[in-house]
Write a protein that binds this ligand. Structure first.
Ligand code: SF4
Length: 484
């Protein structure tokens, strides 16, 4: 559990009044998808924009108001940077939504994803390389809008010219609200409605909180727009395959969000049950089940239910420490791990633990947690990990940039157990994990756990990176930002 999602997006139109409250609640419900900045844009005859660093203030209306924007249509974003420069000035500049002006028209967009051919695109649209990939996509969009006069055609150009992942909500300078998803559908994006209100959201929780009824998950290559209440839905690019991020199920999405007709909660309970069955003999050694709050709680419940081993709530979050350990700067990560979870030592002492967690990425979080269980007097510590062993980087917007930083790319489960100080490390296998999601292998991106990536440039970059690692050459970070 030490990864980061890039962003959450939202967009809405309200026929009967001001849209800002809908944007506020829709985005607040998804603040887990990005903590570095938040922002809103509305249209009230012209585009108005507000961005700010940090979390969305959760107490709107009690003296901590974010700036309220006027208009009946708008978009919103929460962001974690995995592209562009990372200094404070760059984070302020790259906070979304991003507004750009073309020669004739203007657009503002909210983006979740990552552009693999970002260098090529930046050169094509003439934007400095220190800017985030969102600027490049926004500039391509407005350039094509200028040329064709159609936001639909502009979205098509993005789908045809970009290698990577993107879920976008946006506004055109005439008040048209639009949303689209990349041709393989890596990121979540759904549409919902109520009487006189239309909404687009990364996760269905953004619709639920506003009383909007979930209608459908965007198909890969799908485009929708809402103009004065008229809903347009088009399949702009026929996708050769679907590649929804498999990791969303284990970690990123809220358990009460829906994917493929079922709640993510259900998939997580099934992950826990499956771990209990696959590792039945190992489970027998354990006295209690312990989860790492909060993304592993549902899997721990499934593990407990399948084994009858008591589930002790022996780990508790410090409620008002809101940063997820991985959605933070690397230098902050260690201290946040210690600050966010407390351990009830008397429940741990002298017992063998089945510790259920969602993933192991760099290993530093896991190592710190195991150390704390040892200090609390645990007899044995067996780790049961719902997401299969991560062996490769992500090119689609999750903060896993190199092979070297991934403990699973360098070590076997036995070696990892030794490294982190556990008695054993037990991963769910890929086949079982996929089965629990309710999707097929052909419908998922499994790049980071198989080393086979669903877009050509990412697949080729992964091979180049692995060759370098095998030769013992140092990895310098995001290869797609340092390679033409
Ligand atoms: S590589 Fe992994 S984290 Fe990245 S999109 Fe694919 S499944 Fe998700």
């Amino acid at each position: 559990m030490s990864l980061s999602e890039k962003c959450g997006v939202f967009g809405a139109q309200s026929e009967s009044g001001e849209v800002f409250p809908i944007l506020y609640w829709g985005m607040l419900a998804q603040n887990h998808r990005g903590h570095q900045s938040h922002g809103f844009a509305t249209w009230d005859g012209e585009i108005e924009l507000y961005t700010q660093l940090g979390l969305i203030p959760p107490n709107q209306g009690h003296g901590f108001n974010v700036k309220t924007l006027k208009g009946s249509v708008g978009i919103a974003n929460v962001r974690y940077a995995t592209s562009g420069a990372l200094d404070l000035g760059a984070r302020q500049r790259d906070a979304m939504p991003i507004a750009v002006k073309g020669e004739k028209r203007s657009v503002v967009i909210s983006f979740n994803g990552n552009i693999v051919n970002v260098r090529e695109l930046q050169d094509r649209v003439g934007v400095d390389r220190s800017y985030s990939d969102t600027h490049a996509l926004a500039l391509l969009l407005v350039k094509k809008l200028d040329e064709t006069g159609s936001i639909e055609e502009a979205a098509r150009a993005c789908m045809e010219g970009i290698d990577g992942s993107f879920a976008v909500t946006g506004l055109v300078d005439d008040g048209t609200l639009f949303a689209f998803k990349d041709p393989i559908g890596v990121k979540p994006l759904c549409y919902g409605k109520a009487e006189g209100v239309h909404g687009f959201s990364s996760e269905s929780v953004g619709l639920d909180i506003n009383g909007l009824k979930w209608d459908h998950e965007f198909r890969p290559g799908e485009f929708m727009s809402i103009e004065e209440g008229e809903v347009i839905k088009r399949q702009l690019v026929e996708s050769s395959r679907r590649a929804f991020c498999a990791f969303e199920f284990a970690y990123f999405m809220r358990p009460d969000s829906r994917m493929n007709g079922k709640f993510v909660y259900q998939a997580r309970v099934d992950f826990g049950r499956a771990l209990a069955h696959v590792y039945a003999e190992k489970a027998k050694r354990c006295d209690i089940v312990v989860s790492l709050p909060e993304t592993a709680d549902d899997a721990a419940y499934g593990f407990h239910e399948a084994t009858d081993i008591p589930w002790e709530r022996a780990t508790r979050r410090h409620r008002y420490v809101t940063q997820r350990a991985f959605i933070t700067d690397a230098e902050d990560r260690k201290s946040v791990i210690y600050r966010k979870v407390n351990i009830l030592e008397s429940l741990i002492k002298g017992r063998s633990l089945a510790v259920v967690d969602d993933s192991i990425v760099r290993g530093d979080t896991t190592k710190g947690t195991v150390k704390r269980f040892r200090e609390a007097g645990a007899k044995e510590i067996h780790l049961f990990i719902t997401y299969p062993r991560i062996i490769g980087p992500c090119f689609y917007g999750i903060d896993m940039a190199t092979y070297t930083q991934l403990i699973g790319a360098r070590m076997t489960p036995e070696e990892i157990a030794k490294e982190v100080g556990a008695n054993s490390v037990n991963y769910l296998d890929i086949e079982t994990y996929v089965k629990c999601t309710g999707l097929s292998k052909e419908q998922l991106c499994l790049g980071c756990i198989t080393n086979g990536y669903p877009t050509p440039m990412a697949d080729s970059l992964a091979k180049q990176m692995w060759e370098r690692v095998k030769k013992g050459e140092a990895e310098t970070g995001r290869i797609y930002e340092s390679t033409r």
